[in-house]
Design a protein around this ligand. Structure first.
Ligand SMILES: [Zn+2]
Length: 103
């Protein structure tokens, strides 16, 4: 998935706790996809049709490695990206690491 898609998805994200994210659909009004990064044995789960109807059954049947990128819909990928940003920010703070501010 091109990086621009993750960036536009990130703009639609709402947080519902540290590991839960809600993405308003870019194509359908009044539709939202919920990602819980702790579900699915910590691989993440999404309520979107693609994940529920295609990805999840393939993981359950052992046809798809849950660690592979194909096992993550675009919402899970965007949520992991957002979560990673939180973690690195917190890590820098907790460890009092000096950073070069590029912006
Ligand atoms: Zn999804």
């Amino acid at each position: 998935m091109p990086e621009v898609d993750i960036l536009s998805l990130k703009k639609t994200a709402h947080r519902e706790g540290a590991t839960r994210f809600i993405f308003n659909s870019l194509s359908q009004e009044n539709i939202a996809h919920v990602v819980d990064l702790t579900s699915n044995n910590l691989h993440g789960e999404c309520s979107c049709q693609h994940f529920q109807m295609r990805v999840k059954p393939m993981i359950k049947q052992g046809l798809l490695d849950p660690y592979s990128e194909k096992a993550r819909c675009k919402h899970i990928r965007a949520a992991r990206h957002l979560f990673y940003e939180d973690v690195i920010r917190e890590y820098v703070k907790v460890n009092k690491i000096e950073i070069d501010d590029l912006y």
